[in-house]
Design a protein around this ligand. Sequence first.
Ligand code: HEC
Length: 318
Amino acid sequence: MLRAVFAIGVAALLLVLAQVSLSDRAQAQQLRWRADYFPNVALTDHNGRTVRFYDHMIRGKVVAINFVYTTCTDLCPLDTAQLRRVHEALGDRVGRDIFFYSISVDSENDTPVTLRRFMRLFDVGPGWTFLTGSRADVELLQRRLGIRPPDPRNLREHDTRFIMGNERTGQWIRRSSYEDPQLLANILAENLNNHAASPSNRRQSYTQVTPAADNSRGAYLFRTRCSSCHTIGGGDRLGPDLRGVADARPHAWLNRWLREPDRMIAERDPTALALMRRYRNVPMPNLGLTESDANHIIDYMRRQDVARTQAASAPGGR
Ligand code: HEC
């Protein structure tokens, strides 16, 4: 009996000790992310103004940060398109209590002029600043934000994850650029908010993240790689509405286009060039898809077309 009481006593003590060291660690982790942790490096914004990272960009703010370069033909256009949808979801709060920053990893080529051109191309809204700085400063910033700096000879391999944070509370989150833009908007608007959100707001915006009914690989790829620029039957975004495209284009053309649009544009494929002209010269990015991925996506687009035709011809349908 006495032994049992002793054992319970020891167990309880161990538990308390474990909790103490855990909360110490949690606190240490938060502290890592406070003022003295962030370098106050000077960057140049797209208007040519000098701004300091800590003092002007993040201090007291809720922010979303990513790293891009304007000549990028693979992932940055997708990231920019994704962030653009996060921006749309947040509306005029961006620039008021939430701030977006895209920082160039190509200090040699990206100047305020090229940054402004890129912003016009992607129709970037207010409250979203593009910046450039010396390679050493940008690398330091990336390391502190938990982003791997790219090899300058191979910028294609750069780390495209988003960083979202609230400098005031010391909470920082890193997310993949394939994440649902509405979810990212919710994180910025609610989890990282400087003011507590009302419960009714919260409920409403969580229901806005509609679960996808189709769990196929094609649907997943479309949702994460394509839907920030395209809809199927919902109108144009940065790229054209893809309704009917699976039947309208020859399969081989379409499969190749999904895998290497950049090459086809470089080879001056007439259809590709005509499309580029129509869509304000925003290039469709090369997303590194395999032939089988491209086929899954084509099947998915075709299934969406069929579903739409069936819904339209069903009794009571439009
Ligand atoms: C950053 C935006 C962006 C992303 C991401 C993107 N596209 Fe595009 N896409 C475009 C633009 C812009 C065009 C118009 C052609 C051009 O300017 O290159 C286009 C053109 C197309 C076309 C040709 C339409 C036609 O009429 O033949 C297809 C098909 C297409 N995209 C499918 C996809 C699919 C599938 C994905 C995902 C794997 C995807 N796109 C990802 C921007 C994008």
